[in-house]
Design a protein around this ligand. Structure first.
Ligand code: SF4
Ligand code: SF4
Length: 268
């Protein structure tokens, strides 16, 4: 019994230490963000087969140890909500692609920040950072399934870490920042204090479905993600990101005002 108490004390201390390190980084770069911890085994069990294989390949002979006591840290860095407004903005009846590209540049910038801090934390606390994006050039991708082997679902990790829920737009939705954040994950060969998965809080909202015919029709399409990929290519933006379903959620989600002042909101 005493041993468990001591272990829990150590877990709390280590979790606080890593979280504090991330908070200091957020202060330095002047961004908001989220920190959470998921159970390795729970995430692993919910990944698609290809990504389970990917994890096995990364961990090799450490895999059994991770199954037993491993955790996965989820880090999120939020967009400045002003930049979300640049998505698909219409000026004098024309889509302002220059502004849309500014959202794309910020997408890349936040990915770089996440890559830097996750590598730093992994090095300092003996973890394994999984980059926020695959960084595969779009001309090397023939189908969205080509991405599967290259990474794991950071959204799933964040869900199990209790940072937010999986929205109807299939993105991670947080109470205060909706889906306006980028995510990355760090594999940790140690128990840490874990979050709890949240229930979906979209309610009757349909804002993201109303803005995207692929999302709206996702149950009838073979896989809406391939339609999404092709649509993004057709936009000819610099960063190959769309984000209309993010903007719709930020501006029009019906639960927005319920959560924005909630004392339980997990923004850190
Ligand atoms: S990114 Fe664009 S195309 Fe893809 S699901 Fe969202 S709104 Fe639809
Ligand atoms: S726009 Fe509404 S339905 Fe879509 S993810 Fe956001 S809260 Fe959920």
């Amino acid at each position: 019994m005493k041993k468990n108490i001591i272990n829990r004390g150590n877990m709390s201390k280590k979790t606080a230490e890593i979280k504090d390190y991330f908070l200091k980084y957020l202060d330095k770069i002047n961004y908001k963000g989220f920190f959470g911890v998921a159970n390795f085994y729970s995430v692993y069990n919910h990944l698609i087969d290809e990504q389970q294989e990917k994890l096995k390949k990364i961990l090799q002979d450490q895999f059994n140890e991770f199954e037993e006591k491993g955790t996965i840290i989820s880090l999120g860095i939020c967009y400045d909500l002003k930049i979300i407004d640049y998505i698909n903005q219409i000026n004098e009846s024309v889509i302002d692609k220059e502004r849309w590209d500014m959202y794309g540049s910020e997408y890349k910038h936040i990915n770089r920040l996440l890559k830097d801090i996750s590598s730093e934390i992994a090095l300092k606390f003996n973890g394994i950072a999984i980059p926020p994006t695959t960084e595969t050039p779009s001309h090397e991708i023939n189908n969205f399934t080509d991405y599967f082997l290259k990474t794991i679902s950071h959204r799933l990790v964040a869900e199990f870490a209790g940072i937010g829920w999986r929205g109807k737009n299939e993105l991670l939705i947080t109470e205060k920042y909706g889906p306006a954040l980028r995510l990355t994950s760090i594999l940790m060969n140690m128990p840490l204090i874990q979050g709890e998965k949240m229930r979906r809080k979209c309610g009757d909202c349909r804002a993201c479905l109303d803005v995207c015919k692929f999302l709206n029709n996702k149950h009838n399409l073979k896989d809406y993600r391939e339609n999404c990929r092709k649509y993004i290519l057709s936009l000819c933006l610099n960063s190959n990101v769309c984000g209309k379903c993010i903007k719709a959620c930020i501006n029009n989600r019906i639960c927005k005002n319920t959560f924005i002042n909630s004392p339980n909101s997990k923004i850190i």
